[in-house]
Design a protein around this ligand. Structure first.
Ligand code: GTP
Ligand code: MG
Length: 137
């Protein structure tokens, strides 16, 4: 087995899509091994997205990700990282394939409903950012 990390972003939560997105995650065969309803402080969001700190959209991204509650989760499935990124679709919902989570639920390029780790290494780092060992089952 193999794990990835996800966040249902503030737009998805605000728009009432938590249940529908979790349904799609379950239907695609992912097992939830950790989950919490939480909110990132501005500082948390800056740290989580530090890799993007030189990008022009960094400030907007940090403001958006800290503006309201999120759902953070660790998901387990064979080939989890790649399969989850296929399930969520392209970063820009306008370019995401039909049936993908971003196509169905994202608002815009910046407010794109879900996060999915881009490598096994980052999945482990991002999971550890949000969860202690006692919170992972
Ligand atoms: P994540 O799963 O959230 O990491 O998305 P990604 O891996 O598909 O995209 P990437 O890591 O390149 O960018 C991280 C996040 O920054 C995206 O999901 C968007 O929310 C945001 N983002 C990326 N490009 C832009 C942009 O041009 N403008 C704005 N406002 N936000 C952007
Ligand atoms: Mg990314």
């Amino acid at each position: 087995t193999n794990r990835t990390f996800t966040m249902l972003k503030p737009d998805a939560v605000q728009n009432g899509h938590i249940g529908a997105i979790l349904d799609k995650i379950n239907a695609a065969g992912f097992k939830i091994v950790a989950m919490k309803y939480t909110q990132l402080s501005k500082r948390d969001a800056q740290a989580f997205y530090a890799v993007h700190s030189e990008r022009p959209f960094y400030g907007e991204l940090v403001d958006f990700m800290s503006r309201g509650p999120i759902v953070a989760a660790i998901l387990e499935k064979d080939n989890a990282v790649e399969d989850f990124r296929a399930l969520i679709g392209a970063t820009n919902p306008a370019e995401a394939a039909d049936g993908t989570i971003r196509k169905m639920f994202a608002t815009s390029l910046g407010e794109n409903a879900v996060h999915g780790s881009d490598s096994d290494e980052n999945a482990a780092i991002e999971g550890a950012f949000h969860f202690s060992g006692r919170e992972i089952f």
